[in-house]
Design a protein around this ligand. Structure first.
Ligand code: MRU
Length: 365
């Protein structure tokens, strides 16, 4: 079922009834390709919380378009931006994209009140959202090019969660590197962790790999240790939801365990993420806010209870991998290797534009 049709997980629509954000409903994949149309910010916030739209880079894009939607509707834009940026706490791109669009709206409006010169503010927020999407697509391509250099010929790559076009305005983060390796004839096999509890690996990455014609094999997360011990993994590639100033990486729960295993078995562990995922305002791993999600995500499977009613559940959506376990971080600006605070900083200073990493440039509230 190889297809080169582009995957469009998010689109800005301008029908006669007013603008809207169309989302590919990722909760229904791979069974159904259905779309959800958000005509206001509460619908978008709900879609973000329910993972209809998900993945760090795409959340940045969604946040910016959400501000544009609020502005176009004449809603209270700062309040809308606050609701969007706190819909999920860990992926810093959400706050980053939302804040950039809010700042563009404010600058065009020329004052700090809740209602701007409506047209100029709305146009500026929309232009900013489009620029963020364009930048994300360009970042994907650049990360793929930089990351390809780390992939040996005949590589058997293990990945976790989902990092392809479903999380991006381009081809994704780690998955963009995997695609580049496949196109270059270097990829022998992609090992796909199922990624409990919400199965982003099984539902989404296996689906994307199949679409792209990549030879892939699905495994239970708990099988990764034995797989690595058997010598069948040459490289682990993951994405990131937030990278702290010390190089610690928050990513889908289970990532830290893979990094420990990779170190134990001498396998390179590489993180691929755009600069919009690097948060200099978070000093270190313990400072990263990890999202905790509903008990039912663990105690139920496909809507069926798999644990006795009332069982206590611990359900962090992410974990944090310390820099010392990471071989390299691939960004659109190049590699961070070894992963040290200095090397991360050296990738580029803070800028106030969309092209730069977030910094003190956040909008003050
Ligand atoms: O909870 P999700 O599905 O939004 O998790 C995000 C992820 O897909 C991963 O953590 C990913 O590696 C980072 S986003 C490219």
């Amino acid at each position: 079922m190889t297809t080169s049709d582009p995957l469009l997980p998010l689109r800005w629509l301008e029908p006669p009834g007013g603008p809207a954000i169309e989302l590919l409903d990722q909760t229904r994949l791979p069974a159904e390709e259905t779309f959800l149309t958000c005509t206001d910010v509460p619908q978008l916030v709900d879609a973000i919380a329910r993972l209809t739209v998900r993945g760090a880079p795409l959340l940045g894009v969604a946040g910016a378009y959400g501000v544009a939607l609020a502005a176009a509707r004449g809603d209270d834009v700062p309040a809308a931006a606050a609701a969007i940026s706190t819909a999920r706490p860990t992926a810093v791109n959400l706050r980053w994209g939302t804040d950039l669009a809010l700042r563009a709206w404010r600058a065009a409006a020329g004052h700090d009140g809740p209602v701007p010169g409506p047209k100029a503010g709305a146009q500026a927020a929309l232009a900013q959202a489009r620029a963020i999407a364009d930048q994300d697509a360009a970042a994907s391509a650049a990360m793929a090019a930089h990351g390809l250099g780390l992939v040996p010929t005949g590589a058997r790559i293990l990945t976790h969660c989902n990092t392809g076009a479903l999380v991006s305005a381009g081809e994704g983060t780690a998955f963009a590197v995997i695609l580049a390796a496949h196109r270059a004839g270097r990829l022998a096999r992609l090992w796909v962790d199922e990624t409990r509890p919400l199965l982003q690996g099984a539902r989404l990455t296996a689906w994307e790999a199949r679409r792209a014609g990549i030879p892939h094999t699905l495994l239970a997360d708990s099988a990764a240790a034995g797989l690595m011990a058997s010598g069948q993994v040459d490289l682990v590639l993951t994405g990131a939801d937030r990278i702290a100033a010390d190089g610690s990486v928050a990513n889908k729960v289970g990532t830290y365990g893979l990094a420990v295993l990779a170190r134990r078995h001498g396998v390179p562990f590489v993180v691929v993420a755009p600069m919009s995922t690097v948060d200099p305002r978070t000093p270190d791993g313990p400072s990263i806010e990890v999202e905790f999600r509903a008990d039912e995500e663990v105690s139920c499977l496909a809507g069926q209870a798999v644990a006795p009613a009332g069982t206590s559940v611990w359900n962090p959506a992410f974990d944090v991998t310390p820099a010392a376990l990471i071989t390299a971080i691939v960004t659109e600006r190049g590699l961070v290797q070894p992963v040290t605070p200095g090397n991360l900083r050296d990738l580029g200073g803070s800028t106030d534009s969309v092209a730069g990493p977030q910094s003190a440039s956040y909008v003050e509230r």
